[in-house]
Design a protein around this ligand. Structure first.
Ligand SMILES: Cc1cc2nc3c(=O)[nH]c(=O)nc-3n(C[C@H](O)[C@H](O)[C@H](O)COP(=O)(O)OP(=O)(O)OC[C@H]3O[C@@H](n4cnc5c(N)ncnc54)[C@H](O)[C@@H]3O)c2cc1C
Length: 389
């Protein structure tokens, strides 16, 4: 199996043939090592550091970042084809690949030269882990946020609570979106790189989730946590711009593609099971009730894939907006729920047991309705643009 060079000085730059080989390599990895990791994570309920190292050493965590900071430089449309394959795997493996290949974007867009060296280059190399903290238990996600800072000389003192933060107990830094105390709305927000292990920060592991087992999620409580002003990305007042600006569209499109990948996995499992399972003397795949269901599922997956790639191409060409990204996320995550539900149905009762691979796929799928914003948030974005035109 080809291993992508872990040497960050060697850009991946795959040509057509190289890209096809890379896709095959990732497909084989997901099918083989990925399945072994899935079994281990479900058994141990924890994601081992070994998995992070393996993904890093194979170059899978730096596929999409630009070559000038050590990344593979894959355009979004190409990266998505790989992300689709990773998303057929365990939700926690998908989460690592998805976050690491996306979180560089807000940092790259706003980092100073010094911050590029301190945060971006080690992140892309896989030497540090970075999470993202916007969601709060006592406020709406966005301009409503309440975590606040006061500045004293070259230090911000951060107070407030974030929760549901992916990698919040294991990350070296979390990109925290807060506000200058006393401000309201988007004005006065700022983005800070904060160590979840630093002074004044209490990082508490959240209870185990329904799916995505093994991935740590944290509640982060800040009590006048000191953060150097040198850790601020962008300017004061630009916090939501850093969090959402150029990051939101590719991030939502990527999440939408993870829905396509997982739905494809559910469909493949359903097809395989329908071919094997016999009732009343015939394979259930030969029953029109089942084969038509499979046909509808395949059509649903393909429609979402096309919409996601359309949004990605529009974004790459510069003509796309967050609206297309929201449409892709909205359609793909609802499609994923329809397809995983139908796939479980095709399996009959045995599909509901943890011995069936569709059981985990079904649980993992439900998380994707929340990541990168719920359906209501996507509809608000689409409707706002629709009514503004
Ligand atoms: C697996 C997982 C990983 C996550 N990782 C992170 C992370 O790393 N960093 C991070 O910051 N967050 C993370 N989140 C949080 C996620 O982004 C939020 O759960 C999501 O944005 C919804 O916000 P909320 O949970 O606060 O829901 P709420 O805002 O409490 O919403 C509750 C319900 O009300 C609806 N609703 C809310 N406001 C409105 C409105 N104005 N109009 C109509 N309906 C509305 C919502 O759609 C939802 O159905 C993660 C969540 C999950 C499940």
């Amino acid at each position: 199996m080809t291993v992508i060079s872990a040497d960050a000085s060697q850009p991946l730059g795959p040509d057509e043939v190289g890209f096809a080989a890379l896709k095959d390599e990732i497909g084989a990895y997901v099918h083989d090592a990925g399945e072994r990791w899935a079994e281990r994570i479900e058994r141990e309920r924890v994601v081992s550091e070994e998995l992070w190292s393996e993904l890093r050493d194979r170059g899978y965590l730096r596929l999409a970042a630009p070559p000038d900071c050590g990344g593979g430089g894959l355009p979004l449309t190409r990266y998505l084809q790989l992300l689709e394959i990773f998303s057929m795997s365990h939700g926690s493996l998908r989460m690592i690949v998805h976050v690491c290949n996306g979180i560089w974007r807000p940092i790259a867009a706003h980092a100073t030269e010094e911050q590029r060296e301190r945060f971006l280059v080690p992140l892309v190399a896989g030497d540090i882990k970075v999470g993202f903290a916007l969601t709060e238990p006592d406020a709406g996600t966005g301009a409503d946020l309440r975590s606040s800072v006061v500045r004293e000389h070259d230090t911000y003192y951060l107070t407030g609570t974030k929760h549901l933060i992916t990698f919040g107990t294991t990350a070296d830094y979390v990109l925290v979106i807060a506000r200058l105390r006393g401000t309201e709305g988007a004005d006065g927000t700022l983005a800070l790189m904060v160590s979840p292990h630093g002074e004044g920060v209490r990082s508490t592991l959240m209870p185990e989730m329904m799916g995505l087992r093994g991935t740590d999620h944290a509640q982060l409580a800040f009590d006048r946590a000191p953060v150097p002003a040198a850790n601020r990305l962008g300017e004061e007042g630009q916090g939501l711009e850093v969090a959402i600006g150029g990051f939101l569209a590719p991030s939502r499109i990527s999440l939408a593609m993870t829905c396509v990948g997982l739905a494809q996995r559910a469909l493949d499992l359903a097809v395989g099971y329908a071919r094997r399972r016999e009732t009343f003397g015939r394979k259930i795949a030969e029953r029109q009730a089942i084969s038509f269901k499979l046909a509808e599922m395949a059509t649903d997956v393909e429609a979402a894939r096309c919409l996601v790639m359309h949004a990605a191409r529009a974004w790459e060409w510069g003509g796309g907006s967050v609206t297309e990204a929201s449409m892709a996320k909205l359609f793909a995550d609802e499609m994923l729920q329809r397809v995983t539900d139908a796939a479980l149905h095709v399996h009959g009762g045995i599909g509901y047991f943890s011995s069936s691979p569709i059981e985990r796929v079904y649980r993992d799928a439900r998380a994707q309705r929340f990541e990168e914003g719920t359906a209501e948030i996507q509809k608000m974005t689409i409707a706002r643009e629709l009514l503004r035109r």
